[in-house]
Ligand binder design. Structure first.
Ligand code: SF4
Length: 219
């Protein structure tokens, strides 16, 4: 890692964790009492959906499917019905169903690592990273469009490429989360992208990262 980038990375990590300690959003899947099952399933529900909507739906879903066992035995039709209030219900139901199916095939045993999960055929980069972060306690980035936007603006403003194919961005995201408080830094990035570095009209003058942000310097 070149020197300037190293300074930028450390500044980013430090400032965002500080900001998070004061400004974090509170969601049920982030509470200490949330099970790993709830954390993983919530990540599937969160894709392309506002966190506030998932938070409202959280008690309804987990009252009906409180653990892996109940999810494994759910039919696709039941899951579709359950997902209707959240939207994208077919897509989400299929993902949950495939997760249940993969577990059924493995007699209820969770995959031992990300490669096994990927081989199960239902998980892309984001869910594999979420699985490794929450279940296996590895340092992995929850790299979605929001994290991508913040990282790209701060480090290398330019054209946006689909994160699944942007190896440079994936590498950068992996470097960024190399901290002891990895889970918190992931949440800090997601919160910051939602509250400060928004897609439209980012609040650059008030931003704790503007000292080194390349997007801000170009404005
Ligand atoms: S200065 Fe602006 S673009 Fe840069 S990280 Fe902060 S809010 Fe985002």
């Amino acid at each position: 890692m070149e020197i300037m980038r190293e300074v930028m990375v450390q500044y980013f990590q430090h400032r965002l964790l500080e900001w998070f300690d004061e400004n974090q959003r509170v969601f049920p899947w982030r509470e200490d009492k949330a099970s790993r099952y709830q954390q993983i399933v919530s990540e599937i529900l969160l894709q392309r959906t506002k966190a506030e909507a998932v938070a409202r739906y959280f008690p309804v879903f987990f009252a009906k499917y409180p653990d892996w066992d109940t999810l494994i035995h759910a039919t696709l039709e039941e899951l579709e019905e359950m997902m209707k209030p959240l939207g994208l219900y077919r897509h989400r139901a299929r993902r949950l169903y495939k997760l249940g199916e993969a577990l059924r095939r493995r007699q209820g045993q969770l995959p031992g690592n990300g490669d096994e999960l990927r081989d199960s055929g239902f998980a892309g980069l984001y869910i594999t990273n979420a699985f490794e972060l929450f279940m296996l306690k590895k340092r992995r980035p929850l790299l979605d469009v929001n994290m991508s936007r913040l990282l790209k603006r701060y480090f290398a403003p330019g054209d946006f490429i689909d994160v699944r194919f942007d190896k440079e961005l994936q590498e950068l995201a992996n470097d960024i989360v190399e901290v002891r408080r990895c889970k918190e830094l992931n949440w800090a990035i997601l919160d910051y992208a939602a509250l400060v570095c928004m897609k439209k009209n980012p609040r650059c003058p008030d931003c704790v990262l503007n000292k080194y942000c390349k997007y801000y310097a170009m404005r």
